[in-house]
Design a binder for this molecule. Structure first.
Ligand code: TAP
Length: 484
C-alpha cells in the first residue's frame, strides 16, 4: 500500500485502506525541516466502522485453528525482523531515539510477535475433578472479543506489539489507536499485518487524536476491553469510562523509579547503569531512573564519576551513529523538560550538570542532560514524573533510609539496587514497593517473555507480556459436563 495521491497514508479498516477527513504532518524531532510524512486522521464514524468490522471478524478469528493465528503472527515477526534497519530508521526519525535504539526496538517487536505465535499453541484449559459421580468440570479460556489498543509515543513499535500480538494470539480482534505523534510505525505495522494474511476486520488502525479517536474507542459499547499505556491522567479517565460500561481495562502508567547505590557497589557498574537508565532514550521512558539514592561511603566518588559521564554524553541527530541521546520528541515536551530544570533550581537542588537546548546541524529539539545533586525527597523533581533526561541524587545515611525514600512515592513501576551484598539485594527484592526489581541492572531493559507492570499508581489490571498476558486477553468459561 502506498500513500494516496495527496501523499497521505490512510487508516486501515475492515481489511481496506480508508482516507480520513483530515491529515497531520508527522514531525521529525531531529530535523524539523524534513517531516516524516502525512498521515490521515480518522473520524468518530471511522472508529465506529472499525469496531463494527472487528465485531464481525471476532467469531471467525477466535475460532480459527491456533495454527492459522500462529501463521499470521509469525509472518508479522518475519517481516519486522527482515526490515528492522529500515523500520528502525523510521522509528528514530519520528520519535527521536537513536538509530541503534530504534533498530533494537523493531527487533524486539519481531521477537514479541514470534513469541506470541508460539503461545497460540499453549494449552488453554484444564479439567477440575467434580464432587459428583460422572461429572467433569472443564475450564476453558476464550477470547474477550474486541480489544481497543491505545498507546503512547515513546515506544512506537514495542508497546503496540506487546498489546496487539497477545490480543490476536488469544483470538481477539483489535482496533488500534497509536499516539498522534508517531503514526509512522503504526501505519507500517498495519501494512505488515495486512500482508501477513489477517482476515478483514481482525486488525484495524485508526489514527488521530485522543480526544476524538481515543474517546470514540473507549466509549463504544462494542469494545469489550481496553488496553492502555500512557499518562496517569488519561489512564484514570479511561478507567472511569470503561467502568461505566463494565468493560475490561488494563493500564500501564507512569513511574518515578529509584536506583539505590550502596557503599559496597561496584562504581563502574553503578555509573553505567544509572547513565543508561536515566539518560538513554532521552529519559522518555516509564522505566527511566530518576531518583538516585546514594549512601555516604560512595556518594562523592559516584557523583563525580556520573557527572563526568553525563557531561560527555553526545546529544545529536537520531540517525547520526555517534549520537548517544537523540532529541526530545516535540516542542511541548522540550518546554516541560526545561521547566523541570528551572523547578529543580528554584527548589534549591544543585545542577552539577545543567541541561540546556543545544544547536546541531539541523533544526531539532536537542537538549543536553541534567544531573541534580543535594536534592531532597520532597522536591517536585523527586515526586513528579518528568519524562526528561534529568536525574537527581538524594544522599542518605544508609540502606534503611534509602529503601524508605525509594518507597515514598505514589508510583511503583520498577526499582534497582547496586550492591555486592546478597542480604541487601534480597531484602530489596522483597520490600521495594514496585512491580519489578533490578539488582545490578538498569531500571530499563525488561524482557518480553516475563510479566511487565507495576504496583501502586503505575499499573492497573492484569500484567502485560509473557504468558501472563493471557489473564487480560482471555476470559474463563467453566463447563460442567455429565455424559449421557
Ligand atoms: P498520554 O498523553 O496519556 O497518551 C497516551 C495515549 O492516549 C495517546 O495515544 C493519546 O492520544 C491517548 N489519549 C489521550 N487522551 C485520550 C482520551 N481522552 N481517550 C482515549 N485516549 C486518549 O501519554 P503520552 O504522552 O503519549 O505518553 C507519556 C506517558 O506514558 C508517561 O506518563 C509515561 O510514563 C507513560 N508510559 C508508561 C509506560 C508504561 S509501560 N507504564 C510506557 C510508556 C509510557 P494522543 O496521541 O492524541 O495524545
Amino acid at each position: 500500500m502506498q500513500p494516496d495521491q495527496d501523499g497521505v497514508r490512510p487508516n486501515y479498516i475492515a481489511g481496506g485502506w480508508r482516507p480520513g477527513p483530515s491529515a497531520r504532518t508527522n514531525e521529525n524531532p531531529s530535523d524539523l525541516d524534513r517531516p516524516v510524512g502525512l498521515y490521515a486522521h480518522a473520524s468518530a464514524a471511522d472508529v465506529n466502522d472499525a469496531i463494527g468490522a472487528a465485531r464481525e471478524a471476532a467469531p471467525g478469528w477466535g475460532d480459527a485453528p491456533a495454527t492459522t493465528r500462529a501463521a499470521v503472527l509469525d509472518a508479522v515477526a518475519h517481516e519486522l525482523r527482515a526490515r528492522r534497519e529500515e523500520l528502525g530508521r523510521l522509528l528514530a526519525s519520528e520519535e527521536g531515539k537513536t538509530l541503534s535504539e530504534g533498530v533494537a526496538e523493531v527487533a524486539r517487536a519481531a521477537d514479541i510477535f514470534r513469541y506470541y505465535a508460539a503461545r497460540t499453541l499453549d494449552p488453554h484449559g484444564e479439567l477440575i475433578p467434580s464432587a459428583r459421580p460422572g461429572v467433569e468440570v472443564e475450564v476453558r479460556r476464550r477470547p474477550v472479543g474486541v480489544v481497543g489498543v491505545i498507546t503512547p509515543w515513546n515506544f512506537p513499535m514495542a508497546i503496540p506489539a506487546w498489546k496487539i500480538a497477545p490480543a490476536l494470539a488469544y483470538g481477539n480482534t483489535v482496533v488500534f489507536k497509536p499516539a498522534d505523534l508517531v503514526p509512522g510505525c503504526a501505519w507500517e505495522l498495519a501494512a505488515i499485518v495486512d500482508r501477513a494474511g489477517a482476515p478483514p476486520g481482525a486488525f484495524n488502525l485508526v489514527m488521530g487524536s485522543g480526544s476524538v479517536v481515543g474517546e470514540a474507542l473507549v466509549r463504544h459499547p462494542g469494545v469489550d476491553a481496553v488496553t492502555f499505556t500512557g499518562s496517569d491522567r488519561v489512564g484514570r479517565h479511561i478507567a472511569v469510562r470503561a467502568a461505566e460500561r463494565l468493560a475490561k481495562v488494563q493500564l500501564e502508567l507512569g513511574g518515578k523509579n529509584a536506583v539505590i547505590v550502596l557503599d559496597d557497589a561496584d562504581l563502574d557498574t553503578a555509573v553505567a547503569l544509572v547513565t543508561q537508565g536515566a539518560f538513554f532514550s532521552t529519559g522518555q521512558r516509564c522505566t527511566a531512573s530518576s531518583r538516585i539514592i546514594v549512601t555516604p561511603g560512595i556518594h562523592d566518588r559516584f557523583v563525580t564519576a556520573l557527572a563526568e559521564r553525563t557531561r560527555a554524553l553526545r546529544v545529536g541527530h537520531a540517525l547520526d551513529p555517534d549520537t548517544e541521546i537523540g532529541p526530545v520528541v516535540d516542542d511541548g515536551q522540550l518546554e516541560k523538560d526545561l521547566e523541570y530544570v528551572r523547578i529543580g533550581k528554584d527548589e534549591g537542588a544543585t545542577p552539577l550538570v545543567e541541561g540546556s537546548p543545544v544547536q546541531r546541524g539541523t533544526r531539532g529539539h536537542y537538549l543536553s542532560p541534567t544531573l541534580f545533586v543535594d536534592t531532597h525527597p520532597s522536591m517536585r523533581i523527586n515526586r513528579e514524573e518528568t519524562f526528561a533526561p534529568i536525574a537527581s541524587v538524594i544522599r542518605v545515611s544508609g540502606y534503611d533510609e534509602a529503601l524508605a525514600i525509594a518507597n515514598d512515592t505514589e508510583y511503583g513501576l520498577v526499582g534497582a539496587i547496586v550492591t555486592t551484598s546478597l542480604a541487601y539485594a534480597d531484602h530489596f527484592k522483597r520490600h521495594a514497593q514496585v512491580g519489578m526489581t533490578m539488582v545490578n541492572l538498569a531500571t530499563a531493559g525488561q524482557e518480553y517473555q516475563a510479566p511487565f507492570g507495576g504496583a501502586k499508581a503505575s499499573s492497573y489490571g492484569p500484567r502485560e507480556q509473557g504468558a501472563y498476558a493471557k489473564e487480560f486477553f482471555t476470559e474463563v468459561r467453566t463447563s460442567y459436563v455429565k455424559a449421557g
